[in-house]
Design a binder for this molecule. Structure first.
Ligand SMILES: O=C(O)C1=C[C@@H](OP(=O)(O)O)[C@@H](O)[C@H](O)C1
Ligand SMILES: C=C(OP(=O)(O)O)C(=O)O
Length: 431
């Protein structure tokens, strides 16, 4: 894929696709497999750049990992088998790798250095380095450990009771992983429920976690046992084709094997509220995670309001929801989404600037955006700014535009959806 991609108008999208594995679950499968004794196997793994960064980091700590496409085998001697890395740990573009791995490293009696790309260097790390320091980890780094590059020397950590100021699964997971290797009990309380894949997967690896409303506790000293993980399709990737199916004329797209964890299905709730023709079939549980097939058809959409506790359940889907709103009748308002400012880009700014170039009527607010629909879009030269989700959203917007679109920095899409353009081509061909 070239970093400059031409995307043209399509008359319809039709067909069936299997979206790639869930990114959050793929990262956790590699990390938990790396600290569990024995051989963990992972099927349905997402071979996107972020998850490959996680594999490379754990290989540098001596874990034996083989990966062929969507199949991964991890052989580990358990958490005490992790070795001091001789080289820096490169987290690439991945916030999940950085923050969750810091939680694991916080209890390891050795020194590591974490470094990532330009985008990672802007993302706030104090939200994990501060509580991990409170537990006893020695952390230094740029601006006193607030940003990468970071160095960490773990050791004799003790459990804490932590009230997180943000509803962040990365913060919650980092502290729980540190809690697993610390003395006593660790409890994390969050202001709203964030994705709970860590809690579910720790149980799959044999650890007990106690949940009580917005609090989760873990007792230190538990050991993880290797297991088999089947990763469901990523609803955050499915979201792009759900939106495309709803707004491109004459379309019907079936998405198979999509993860439907209720802490992630905000996009489904929003589509339903907007009046989308969405069918959910074949609902089942795989490996403790709900999964279903989704069918979306071209829909007449109406505007909606999105705010409050649903935000963490659709945080990564807000760029594509903004595009949906440009094609809905009325004014859509998104509030309480200030976390968008600290993702791969400031997603309030990048969504608003780039969609405006295509003719959308959209304005940024302090904690979200206001979108006036329904407005026709036209082709433009737009930029992902290295943000995979912005890139995919703009590619879907281009399908609706009568004139051609040039998407700069399209390569970024490989971070979470390496075969995105192949899937798009398949859906156009099946017309
Ligand atoms: O835990 C995870 O796998 C993730 C949590 C979310 O981030 P925050 O924890 O920063 O909200 C999300 O935006 C990210 O894509 C993946
Ligand atoms: C924010 C994201 O990921 P991460 O925080 O892992 O970089 C994302 O995938 O949209």
């Amino acid at each position: 894929m070239s970093s400059k991609q031409l995307v043209t108008n399509v008359s319809s999208l039709k067909g069936t696709i299997q979206v790639p594995g869930d990114k959050s679950i793929s990262h956790r499968a590699v990390m938990f497999g790396s600290i569990a004794k024995g051989k963990t196997t992972v099927t349905g793994f997402l071979p996107g750049e972020d998850c490959l960064s996680t594999i490379n980091c754990f290989r540098k700590m001596g874990v034996r990992i083989t990966q062929t496409g969507e199949y991964v085998e991890i052989e580990s001697d358990g958490i005490n088998g992790l070795k001091e890395p001789k080289d820096i740990l490169d987290v690439g573009n991945s916030g999940t790798t950085t923050r969750l791995m810091l939680g694991i490293l916080a209890t390891r009696p050795f020194h590591s250095v974490l470094i990532g790309d330009e985008s990672i260097a802007k993302r706030p790390m104090g939200r994990v380095t501060n509580p991990l320091r409170q537990m006893g980890a020695v952390i230094d780094g740029r601006e006193n450990g607030m940003y990468t590059p970071l160095s960490i020397r773990g050791g004799d950590t003790v459990g804490i009771q932590y009230h997180s100021p943000v509803a962040s699964a990365q913060v919650k997971s980092a502290i729980l992983l540190a809690g697993l290797g610390s003395k006593g009990v660790t409890t994390v309380t969050e202001p709203a429920l964030s994705r709970d894949h860590t809690e579910r997967m720790l149980e799959a690896f044999g650890a007990a976690v106690i949940r009580d409303g917005l609090s989760v506790s873990i007792e230190g000293g538990q050991t993880l046992t290797a297991t088999e993980i089947k990763v469901p399709g990523d609803i955050s990737s499915a979201a792009f084709f759900l939106a495309a199916g709803a707004i491109v004329p004459n379309s019907r797209i079936i998405l198979k094997n999509v993860g439907m964890n209720p802490t992630r299905t905000g996009i489904v709730t929003v589509l339903q509220k907007m009046g989308a023709e969405l069918e959910i079939t074949n609902e089942r549980i795989v490996n403790g995670e709900p999964v279903a097939d989704l069918t979306i058809s071209t829909s007449n959409l109406t505007a909606t309001e999105i705010s409050g506790d649903i935000i963490p359940a659709l945080i990564d889907e807000i760029p594509i929801i903004a595009l949906l709103a440009t094609q809905a009748d009325g004014q859509t308002v998104i509030r309480n989404a200030e976390e968008l400012k600290v993702k791969e880009t400031n997603r309030i700014d990048t969504v608003v600037t780039e969609l405006k170039k295509m003719g959308a009527m959209i304005e940024a607010t302090d904690d979200g955006m206001i979108i006036h629909g329904k407005s026709p879009l036209h082709g433009a030269e737009v930029n992902s700014y290295g943000d995979h989700r912005i890139g995919m959203m703009l590619a879907i917007a281009a399908l609706l535009s009568k004139s051609d679109t040039i998407l700069q920095d399209a390569d970024a899409i490989a971070v979470s959806y390496p075969n995105f353009f192949d899937h798009l081509t398949e859906l156009v061909k099946e017309d």
